[in-house]
Design a protein around this ligand. Structure first.
Ligand code: SF4
Ligand code: SF4
Length: 401
């Protein structure tokens, strides 16, 4: 990989612009149960799938159209000039009824839990991803409404805004600003918890006494409350510009709109180059949590190799979790997944720094993700159950508050 700048400073990013409208949307549907079928016509904002489990927001059509395919992991929608579903009166309650209503409006509500401390993460997740900047600059009222709404569920007694030192960080009311050094990977949730609370937490978990939302989460909640319309857009940094992109917009379409020519061997990565996930193909649609699109050219990407680990320790020296990525990658390589647990694989926050610095160019993050996946299978982890037939019947209209 070519030299990479780890600074999280954003500078002046300019206003948020709306991305162009594609002719087809491929709506990602992992962890959801479809409630419509091929041939059905939908209005913009109509619900098309229910989120499985208590935390995953439902899925809505960003534009009117006809459903062409319903597959296990996506729904393909051909866009037409149809109208919009009526807005829904925002829920005025707090607590569980509000949480349930937000989920039905497409908000992922995993972090909306009662906790004495609420942390707003405003630190860029990766270098080059500056989605929080225009929101903090131009959408202050929406963010404040999002925070006010989140606080009705979390009921915090203390609130903090974490920001990279040097970036914009006007505090919200009753919210203390905590600055972190503007260097990757300081925006990752476990490191923000540590900076604010002085506590270490395992990635994917949260401490007993706190919960965390990003500035993007506040924006999504605030928009739902302002408009009475579900979450159907995400903010993404593409080619240095921040765009409001409809969920399901194909990555190939976004790259073409940005003027990029995609050559064989190039990869389109959802997120940044260090921890983003390469799209399976140009038709893959962006999700609600997509925050950036990065093109990794064949000549500058890390070519996956099966080189031996040299035992040089370069990966360990850069690991913020203080674990041994080289050793863990060897466990994964030789299918010794249980041994990887003994080397604290679950402390890995998937920052990708080990792979970047690996002298032998081993695909360390990929090995670690594979081992975590296999361990989850061994532990018998199953995805949250989908809704029952009765629940689907009951919820095919929008859930009243
Ligand atoms: S991705 Fe690598 S460097 Fe980052 S936390 Fe995990 S093991 Fe450490
Ligand atoms: S940097 Fe690469 S070669 Fe060196 S110890 Fe880590 S995995 Fe092995």
């Amino acid at each position: 990989m070519s030299y990479y700048d780890f600074s999280l400073l954003c500078g002046e990013t300019g206003p948020l612009v709306s991305a162009s409208r594609p002719d087809r949307l491929r709506l990602p549907m992992e962890g959801m149960t479809p409630i419509l079928a091929v041939g059905d016509q939908v209005l913009a904002g109509a619900k098309v799938a229910l989120g499985n489990g208590p935390d995953t927001g439902d899925l809505h059509a960003p534009l009117a159209g006809t459903i062409l395919e319903v597959e296990r992991y996506s729904i393909l929608l051909e866009v037409d000039g149809g109208g919009k579903a009526d807005p829904i009166q925002p829920c005025r309650d707090g607590g569980e009824p509000l949480r349930h209503w937000l989920k039905s409006m497409g908000v992922n509500v995993g972090a909306l839990r009662k906790a004495p401390t609420l942390i707003i993460n405003g630190v860029p997740p990766e270098p080059g991803i500056s989605v929080f900047e225009p929101l903090l600059h131009d959408y202050r009222k929406t963010l404040e409404l999002g925070l006010e709404t989140a606080a009705k569920v979390v009921e915090p007694s203390k609130m903090f805004l974490a920001a990279a030192k040097g970036n914009r960080a006007n505090a919200f009311a009753n919210c203390e600003v905590v600055h972190v050094a503007p260097v990757y990977p300081n925006g990752l949730d476990p490191l923000v918890y540590k900076a604010v609370l002085g506590q270490e937490v395992l990635p994917g978990s949260r401490p007993e006494n706190a919960t965390m939302l990003s500035v993007g989460d506040l924006y999504a909640i605030g928009r739902v409350m302002e408009t009475g319309r579900p979450v159907t857009e995400t903010v993404m940094t593409i080619g240095g510009q921040n765009q409001l992109v409809r969920v399901g917009t194909p990555v190939g379409f976004l790259a073409a709109e940005a003027g990029a020519q995609i050559q064989p061997g190039d990869r389109l990565v959802l997120g940044g180059p260090l921890r983003g996930l390469a799209a399976a193909n140009l038709d893959q649609g962006v999700g609600k949590d997509s925050c950036g699109l990065t093109i990794l050219r064949r000549e500058e990407g890390l070519e996956p190799t099966d080189n031996f680990c040299l035992g040089c320790g370069a990966c360990e020296r850069h690991c913020p979790a203080r674990i041994m990525p080289g050793l863990i990658s060897r466990c994964a390589e030789f299918k010794q997944f249980k041994r990887a647990e003994a080397y604290h694989i679950h402390s890995c926050m998937e920052c990708g720094l080990c792979g970047y610095w690996c002298t032998a160019q081993r695909p360390l993050l990929q090995y670690i993700r594979l081992a975590k996946y296999e361990l989850a299978l061994l532990a018998g982890a199953s995805a949250p159950a989908g809704p029952s037939g009765d629940e689907i019947k009951e919820q095919t209209g929008d859930t009243p508050c």
